[in-house]
Design a protein around this ligand. Structure first.
Ligand SMILES: Nc1nc2c(ncn2[C@@H]2O[C@H](COP(=O)(O)OP(=O)(O)O)[C@@H](O)[C@H]2O)c(=O)[nH]1
Ligand SMILES: [Mg+2]
Length: 335
């Protein structure tokens, strides 16, 4: 499926039937916009890859031998894609070129082609309610980027003409409610809050009730950071889900796990158990702009068996892009 079609499915299709459809020009401009942001957000990764791969070609053309393959492997591992995938790509280059003198572009094309395969996932548009508001619950460890990602998601929905209600379900810290309230004002979304220390399930309930009452299209509910080992907090998450399900039987429609791309492979392993325990349906990979290790999306796809739905590329409302293999690879090797 063409990139554009896929983006529409991921992010736009969803608009309720009574919403005015974006014109093709609007949609194309939007797509150009997020491709640009993706390229900028992946700059640290692309700088590293370009510099390091160029360094392998100090002379015009290079013989593909064991030394070359080992050096290429080391460059790939540096992006945090993991030794397995790096080995697969090295082996592919060996199969195609061993014993030949090659130009950099030939190797780059083979590497990009392998990456595209590694990064391809099943179509994963955001799930939507068949009728009434879609409920998205956002979960993850402290500081992973949940609240900021919620602001970006809400901004995206609003730009598509959808009506959004935010739920400030992180009642654990007063500052968290304040943070989301400021975002809501900035992007122009309605927000439901609760007192600091109040039951987050009650905030979730009131958020969904408000969305039903006003005929909103989407509600996005924030939660406090938690670890899988914090039994009471995991139970609290269950309660939030149950409360949502009482008002909207097929909700929450998405439970998005926000991961911090800068946390490295350890952070990922820790989040795996969390994702199972919390019944997550998709991943938002935040802070890709803060790392040269953008290859980390490969182990994430392999280990979570959850679709990566969006990537976070900065701290502004626009710094979010739908994830897809083709544009991601282009971003990784952008000039
Ligand atoms: N550079 C960058 N910073 C981000 C991104 N997402 C979140 N942050 C920053 O990471 C910090 C923690 O984010 P926050 O949304 O409060 O995390 P939460 O505790 O999971 O809600 C804040 O300083 C955010 O501005 C991103 O995609 N890129
Ligand atoms: Mg937060």
């Amino acid at each position: 499926m063409a990139l554009f079609e896929r983006f529409k499915k991921t992010a736009v299709s969803s608009a309720a039937a009574d919403q005015p459809a974006a014109t093709p020009e609007d949609a194309a401009a939007e797509r150009t916009g997020w491709l640009t942001r993706l390229r900028q957000g992946l700059k640290k990764t692309s700088d590293l890859l370009r510099t390091d791969i160029r360094d392998l070609f100090k002379t015009e053309g290079r013989l593909v031998d064991e030394t070359f393959l080992t050096e290429l492997y080391a460059v790939l591992v540096k992006t945090d894609m993991g030794t397995g995938p790096a080995g697969e790509i090295r082996d592919r280059v060996a199969r195609d070129f061993r014993g030949r003198v090659v130009q950099m572009d030939e190797v780059l094309a083979a590497v990009q082609d392998s990456l595209r395969t590694l990064l391809t996932q099943d179509e994963a548009p955001l799930a939507r309610a068949t009728a009434g508001p879609t409920v998205i619950l956002v979960v993850g460890v402290n500081g992973s980027g949940k609240t900021t990602s919620i602001a970006k998601l809400a901004h995206m929905f609003l730009a598509q003409g959808q009506r959004v209600v935010l739920g400030a379900g992180d009642t654990f810290r007063a500052a968290a409610v304040e943070q989301l309230t400021i975002w809501a004002q900035r992007i122009g979304a309605e927000i439901v809050t609760g007192a600091s220390g109040s039951d987050p399930a009650s905030v979730a309930h009131r958020t969904v009730a408000r969305a039903l009452e006003t005929g909103a299209d989407v509600c996005v509910i924030d939660t406090a950071g938690r670890l899988q080992t914090q039994v009471n907090l995991m139970q609290q998450l269950d309660k939030i889900r149950r409360v949502v399900g009482k008002l909207i039987p097929d909700g929450p429609h998405e439970v998005l796990l926000v991961l911090d791309a800068t946390a490295g492979q350890n952070g990922i392993s820790q989040a795996r158990g969390f994702s199972d325990a919390a019944g997550c349906t998709g991943i938002v990979l935040a802070k890709l702009d803060g790392t040269a290790k953008g290859g980390v999306v490969i182990p994430i796809l392999q280990q979570f068996r959850l679709p990566v739905k969006f990537v976070g590329l900065g701290e502004q409302p626009d710094d979010l892009a739908p994830f897809d293999a083709e544009s991601f690879v282009r971003g990784m090797f952008a000039r």
